[in-house]
Each structure stands twice: as structure tokens, then as C-alpha cells.
Write a protein that binds this ligand. Structure first.
Ligand code: SF4
Length: 218
């Protein structure tokens, strides 16, 4: 009976996929302190500033918690801090940050201080490498708690790493960019990371289209 039921469910899922539904697996929580984290951004930031849960704590200068309107309707999530961010403790303040600020202020026409900006990991990976799954999953509960407290309506995943850890989907960013994904309590829009745009300026026009879509959703 169970086998027949599972076979029918699989057939049904296959039919849904064929007509365009996308499978978005739940993000696996390898560590799950989120339930015990405080319901207060300042208190959460304090905990993050002393965190030594993964190896990135050994090489960081400052933790980069995130910043912005604590009740923002729009949140941006990047991969992790770079050199400037590690020095200052603020997200997106280097060249990529300047570009992100222009994207927010010139295209969306809202002050940067009105959105919330954070990263998958709060400490800089050495040489700006991609965080390992262990580092990302260890840090993810902090971001999940931030998202729960800020409660944005729209979250923009900047680049493949942010998209992957927010959805569990390993699709390339080129494939999913510009989609609007219903995540239940918020809608997720993946787009290219500003660092990628610095290396590939021709991709700016696609991000511009994504931003116009986001502007229409706000
Ligand atoms: S990256 Fe996250 S989990 Fe790792 S030490 Fe920093 S704050 Fe803690």
C-alpha cells in the first residue's frame, strides 16, 4: 500500500514538474541553535560578535552582522564579508558594496538605509574563498533569525552561494536569476552578485531588469 502511495506521489510530482512547478528542497540545518537565539537584533549581534563556532573565527578581524532598517520590506543577502567588510564590520562597503548601493539608490530609488543587508556567513573566508558547507550551515541560523526578526517581504539572493543556502537548490545563478520564488513568508529573487558585475559589466543589464521587477513588487 505504501509503495503504491509513494509511486503515485512521485508520478504526481513528475507531472507537476512537467507543467513548470519547481522543486525547492528545504534547507538542511546541520546545527540548529536558531530556536534558542534571542528575539532581538542587538542581542543577536552581540552573540555573533563573540561566535567561535567555525574556523572562520580564527582569521576574522571583525564579525559582519548586517545592517539596515530592522523592519525593512526588502533584504539583500550576499555570500560573506570581503577585506573591507572584515576591517570595518559593515556589509558591502568595498567596490561591490558601492555598486550595490547604486543599484538600491539609483534603480530602486530608495535609500540604502531603508533596506537590510546581510550575508550567509558573518566572518570573512580567507582570500575571499567561497564558504565551505560546514561554515555556511553553522552560521546560517544567525541569518535565519535575522530574517525572522526583520521579516522582509522580498529577499534578494546576491549570487549562487546565497541562493543555494537560502533554498537548498544547487541550480546555477544564471539559470534561476530573475525568478520570483515563493518561500512562504517572503518571496525570493536571485540575481548576480555585485562582485560578478564588476568582473562582467555586460551582465548589468540583466540585473537592471531584475531590479525593475523587484521595484514593481515593492
Ligand atoms: S562565520 Fe558564523 S558560525 Fe563561523 S565563527 Fe563567524 S559568526 Fe560564527
Amino acid at each position: 500500500m505504501n509503495r503504491l502511495y509513494h509511486a503515485l506521489q512521485l508520478k504526481r510530482l513528475h507531472q507537476l514538474k512537467q507543467i513548470g512547478f519547481r522543486y525547492v528542497p528545504l534547507v538542511e540545518k546541520k546545527t540548529a541553535p536558531a530556536a534558542t537565539l534571542p528575539d532581538d537584533l542587538k542581542a543577536l549581534e552581540q552573540i555573533v560578535s563573540q561566535c567561535q563556532l567555525c574556523a572562520l573565527s580564527k582569521t576574522r578581524t571583525k564579525t559582519v552582522f548586517g545592517e539596515g532598517n530592522p523592519h525593512a520590506a526588502l533584504m539583500f543577502v550576499g555570500e560573506g564579508p570581503g577585506a573591507q567588510e572584515d576591517m570595518t564590520g559593515r556589509p558591502f562597503v568595498g567596490r561591490a558594496g558601492e555598486l550595490l548601493t547604486k543599484m538600491i539608490e539609483n534603480v530602486l530609488e530608495i535609500p540604502r538605509s531603508e533596506v537590510y543587508i546581510a550575508n550567509i556567513v558573518k566572518c570573512r573566508p580567507p582570500n575571499n574563498r567561497v564558504p565551505t558547507p560546514e561554515e555556511a550551515y553553522t552560521c546560517l541560523p544567525y541569518l535565519q533569525k535575522q530574517m525572522e526578526l526583520v521579516a522582509p517581504r522580498i529577499v534578494v539572493a546576491l549570487g549562487a552561494t546565497a541562493y543555494h543556502y537560502l533554498t537548498g537548490d544547487k541550480s546555477g545563478i544564471t539559470k534561476v536569476r530573475g525568478e520570483v520564488i515563493d518561500m512562504g513568508v517572503y518571496r525570493l529573487v536571485p540575481t548576480y552578485h555585485p562582485s560578478y558585475l564588476l568582473r562582467n559589466p555586460s551582465a548589468k543589464k540583466e540585473v537592471y531588469q531584475d531590479l525593475l521587477k523587484i521595484k514593481g513588487m515593492l
